[in-house]
Design a protein around this ligand. Structure first.
Ligand SMILES: NC(=O)c1ccc[n+]([C@@H]2O[C@H](COP(=O)([O-])OP(=O)(O)OC[C@H]3O[C@@H](n4cnc5c(N)ncnc54)[C@H](OP(=O)(O)O)[C@@H]3O)[C@@H](O)[C@H]2O)c1
Length: 346
């Protein structure tokens, strides 16, 4: 397993070890997780993974799970290292490969792709989605592109490849603290949270980390001899029933015991400079029925429990700066929110 010790990786490792598999983790040794004692490690930078070829050969893995491929070079270096040693790769991709992502960001106009997106929905035509972004999520490199990662792995000769397109993942350990800013408003006992009405009805796919990780573990443990296994598979991995932002916020409110109200305000009721510059006519939901049919994937954790575990962790581990919470960007400053609410009641 390349990576595995930060947010999404640890539960995958626990599932695999619990199922009786032997796991070796390749990472730099900068990020530590509480993992089963049977896990062994190879310490190094993935850019130099070829230097560890003999150790990987000695371990003789049945499957390589690449948790953190961000660039074509990341994938190619792994392929150069393991060809002849291992002929199955599972690699983590993202739903940001779909063209719908660029429709939302306003980079594609005059189109709205139908949702939920299936594995054959159109992909982005423009590469390097975060190249010009003022802040790149999770510090990914400027040449990050999962489309190129996917292409590089799929083009590898004599390699069975499974790609998993992940949604927005939340849960204990989430470095983006996706729901913290919402929770903070609720725990501050504010009576109303104002959402841009276009965002309130916008649907997007999320996944709870323990559920997503069960899907990843299933893909790794897939029996290569089984009938449903062909050499290349691509699976969306996401919740069965996507929610709108307002529906999700209502569930968060229940879990947080917040009795307040969520107010959907039309754009003309909001300060123009606080309008979110996204095209919310494009939903960002993915259809995960293929992995459910072929690998028997089902979420082991209910959404209620998932939210409870997440909120518990967020309260114990708040971000150092609330602006580091992904939900902060869609909330109004409290004083502005108060004015919008006051204007509503007149
Ligand atoms: N979070 C989301 O909402 C979301 C959505 C879609 C897709 N994804 C995908 O999920 C994957 C990452 O999740 P995660 O960070 O939680 O995974 P993780 O596998 O739990 O943690 C990242 C791992 O990568 C290792 N690492 C980082 N840079 C390295 C390098 N140069 N060489 C070797 N090891 C390195 C880290 O250990 P060291 O620091 O010790 O090296 C750590 O073990 C990514 O592929 C991401 O694109 C995430």
């Amino acid at each position: 397993m390349i990576g595995g010790t930060h947010f999404i990786g640890p539960y995958v490792i626990r599932y695999l070890v619990f199922a009786g598999h032997t796991v070796k983790v390749f990472h730099r040794g900068q990020t530590k997780a509480d993992l089963p004692t049977t896990v062994t490690y190879l310490q190094g930078n993935r850019q130099d993974i070829h230097q560890y070829q003999s150790q990987i050969e000695a371990f003789a893995p049945d499957v390589i799970l690449d948790m953190i491929p961000y660039t074509a070079a990341d994938a190619q270096t792994v392929l150069n290292t393991i060809t002849g040693t291992c002929s199955r790769i599972v690699a983590i991709s993202s739903q940001d490969v779909y063209r719908a992502r660029d429709v939302i960001w306003g980079l594609e106009t005059d189109i709205v792709d139908s949702t939920p997106l299936t594995e054959s929905s159109p992909l982005r035509s423009q590469l390097y989605p975060y190249q010009n972004a003022p802040q790149r999520p999770l510090g990914v490199p400027s040449n990050y592109d999962k489309i190129l990662v996917e292409r590089t792995y799929l083009n590898a000769a004599d390699m069975a490849v499974t790609l998993l397109r992940l949604p927005m993942v939340y849960g204990p350990g989430d470095p983006l603290h996706r729901f913290y800013a919402y929770l903070h408003r609720m725990d501050s006992k504010r009576p109303v949270i104002v959402l841009d009405a276009r965002l309130a009805q916008w649907q997007s796919s999320y996944g709870y980390v323990e559920n997503i990780d069960w899907g990843i573990a299933l893909a790794v443990m897939q029996n290569p001899e089984s009938e449903s296994t062909t050499s290349h598979r691509i699976y969306n991995l996401s919740e069965l029933h996507p929610l709108s932002e307002k529906e999700r916020l209502n569930l968060l409110a229940q879990s947080a015991n917040w009795p307040g109200q969520i107010l959907a305000a039309m754009p003309d009721q909001l300060p123009p400079d606080r309008l979110i510059p996204f095209n919310f006519q494009q939903d960002w939901t993915t259809d995960s029925s293929l992995i459910r049919q072929e690998l028997g994937y089902q979420e082991p954790v209910s959404i209620t429990t998932a939210l409870e575990r997440t909120l518990h962790w967020e309260r114990q581990n708040p971000p150092t700066d609330i602006q580091n919470s992904a939900s902060a960007m869609v909330l109004l400053d409290p004083e502005i929110e108060d004015r919008v609410v006051a204007a509503f009641s007149h």
